[in-house]
Design a protein. Sequence first.
Length: 698
Amino acid sequence: MKYTCPMHPEVSKNEPGKCPKCGMDLVMAHEMTKMEEPVDHTAHHAQMGHNFKTLFFQTLPVTLLILLLSPNIQRWFGFTFTFARVDVALFVLGSIVALYGGRPFFSAAVEEIKNRNFGMMTLVSLAVLSGYSFSVAATFLFPGESLWWEISTLVSAFLFGHWMEMRAVMGTTGALQELAKLIPPTANKLVEGKEVQVQTSELVKGDKVIIKPGEKVPVDGKIIEGESSVNEAMITGESKPVFKKMGDEVVGGTINNDGALTVEITKVGAESALAQITNLIKQAQTTKPSVQRLADKAANVLTLTAITVGTGTFLYWSLIDPQGAIFAATLAITVIVIACPHALGLAIPTVTTITTQVAARVGILIKDIKALEISRRLNWVVFDKTGTLTKGEFGVDKIIPTAGQTPDEVLRVAASVDTLSQHSIAKAVVEEATTKKIGLSKVEGFNSFPGRGVEGKIDGTKYLLGNEALMKEKEIKLDELKNQIAAEINEGKSFIWVAEDGKTEALGVIVLSDVIREESRQAIAKLHEMKIKVAMITGDNESIAKSVAHELSIDTYFAGVLPGDKVNKIKELQKDGSIVAMVGDGVNDAPALTQANVGIAIGAGTDVAVEAGQIILIKNNPLDIVKIIELSRKTNTKMKQNLAWAAGYNILAIPIAAGVLYRYGILLRPEWGALLMSASSVIVVFNALTLKRVKLVA
């Protein structure tokens, strides 16, 4: 049976115990899979911080008393305070501080040793126990100066440093806790037509709830009555409120702004959008970038280096350049203390934890942190066309009138008749007229010709709207207009012909096409600025693909590609060693998303449980790809800064602790080493925290 840590799933043992990294009890692996609630990292760090704080204040008075009784301290400050068997009193007091105050370090060290993963707690325990053993021997076995005050202040410094460190680390966690706070504890449930306040956790599918202005949506559902604007910023990162009406979906945790809504619950528990987002953040925070492996190796090497250098330091100052056993032991302990690799252990995880929070805040969900790490080195970004670069819906491209007509008049006639049509193309025409603020006329005698078009009377005149087949049926000539739209015909665009019934010539033609997103133009321009090439994959024909590629300045495109063949196009781009990101909808693009070095599922909306993508974009906005790359580069910079500080600090500090500058009057004591070690850990945490202020400009 395997036992793992809820906070560090990579820690695994064959028997129960504690996690060597955080001290939590290990649980059986099969129980881990059943855990539906996310591990509250913030509460865990808060508990650890509280434990260190409590021990610090419990042992501080004892440490101060030890300082008061220590001969060296009395000599330095010019006072005397002693009594019979003061050495025994120092032993008792020192034992309390070292053995009671050092308990959390010892228990964690035992787990490190059992797992053969020697790290910071092993070094801390070695330093404290070495000083303690030396002092016991100096008190009872051979006459000499003990290290009671040094060891006591060392333990106090460690407890204080870890308390401060946990406070700092708490600032990097809490994303899951903040997500949980989005859900209101109670909801107004409709029971036999009356409002009853119930616990949100008691709601089930099919229940109906009332959401008043200013209230949070309790769970995911569909609006069955009312309309309002809803603030979805906490889910999508989009600050502009979204208008919602009957039939639209709402997400738990979003805020209802100005209208009362009646919502039927459609998703609860693990199915809800927030639960899925929580699981994705949790998953991302347990994955490791490749640079973390380097930091882990460095930490293990540093542990062995500290023991070796510490032993060498003691032998050198004891035998080769004798300065006394007290001096040699003090320097050896300082070396072990100052080399504790905690800063290295925190350097990368703090950055990745904050990165997932920053990304989630702008609607980017990272499933695998390795994908974000790779994103800074991309050579190609490949977009699926329909629904990604384009909206996947018809929009008016241009309007071409015949002689004597204007584009606005043709649009007015078409939009007026189409107000009574439910066809998607008709809606696009009406939307175009609305956008241009063209006044529409009342329609009478509306009639539909299935598969061909519609007709209707405006101010007593009957007009026809439809395809070429309807025009031929009504014997309306199109030759002149067709010559003007030859290029559009070749590109496979759609057309609505507009004619007056009884006339032989059409009034004009409305050209429609899949609308290109404005954000697509901006995204591709920014990617080119970053020296990243852009490709497009589409199932459309060559003419349509060429037209879109030309309009967006795309570097290369693949037309007429079946969903199953997209993966081969990704392989083609990867042949020369290029690093490729694929951006698709996560459904029919799944094989290509998996093949790409970075798979990005775009436009997941509330359905965020997309299996294929390593990175998931809640919004359908290509500009978020630029944000991913920017965040990747900023994250990489922070990782390098933290590693440089953590490693550089040890490279400089260990020789000084070993006494290489002793001849120049520079020496580090163990308690100062403990504070410096803790300070280095806090520095890397605060450096990581600066990522929270990053503004992604895309």
